[in-house]
Design a protein around this ligand. Sequence first.
Ligand code: FE2
Ligand code: FE2
Length: 265
Amino acid sequence: MTGRILHISDLHVGRVATPEPMTALGELIAQLAPQVLVVTGDLTHRGRSAELAHAKSLLEELSLPFFVVPGNHDIPYLPSRFTTPFAKWRRVFGQLEPVHTSDSLVVHGLSSVRPWRQQGGAVDLAALARVRATFESAPEGALRVVALHHHLASPPWRAPGKDPVQNRGLVLRSLVEAGVELVLSGHVHQAAIVERREFEVLDEASPGSVVLATVPGFGRPRPRRRGEAVGFSVYEWNEAELRAHTWAWVGRSFERVGERTFRRS
Ligand SMILES: [Fe+2]
Ligand SMILES: [Fe+2]
């Protein structure tokens, strides 16, 4: 059982005017041959209908199945932020909690956006129960992935004002119990890819491990902020291993800058 996912996040359409990375990604896709594109939120900068539609058209031009969850920038400002926060998103992208299933891959998307929080995110218990239900019927050997905008593990470089998802210990244990192998997130605009045993001793009550990952932003809405890379990640797997490759925009093209391999349990 093998497969390959492309992960991008934080396009911030509406704020980012430079099309070169998207053009270059489109050209690389033929070489990378991912089976699905996972986009973990902040597709837009202001959550406007025109921005959402433009983001969707950019993804459609890549000509591969894509899978999207919303970020904190994908809901509008007042007053609809509190009355109908996801109405525009639903009109363009449909559901908030999509599920992708094939013989080699199951991805469950979560909406971690909370309209009353500007930056923070949360996942409720009902959503975690739906994750468990999804993976109870996952095909044997399929890679089990959860995608959400807000991160569980913080990146090594600065991320001002960007706290991890609320109650992340509880969320992590619930995902582990559901058999999740890989959690893909954005929001921090930087890559961090870490296996649970690299930061926490497993206990009898929660023995499973999982890889937690963020990705560089695909857009750079604050071009003068130092330390904010532009890039994407590729995950490929077989029965024994999960391998992550991180690509970054260097000069005028993408370069593969990092690689990590994890044993699948
Ligand atoms: Fe963002
Ligand atoms: Fe964000």
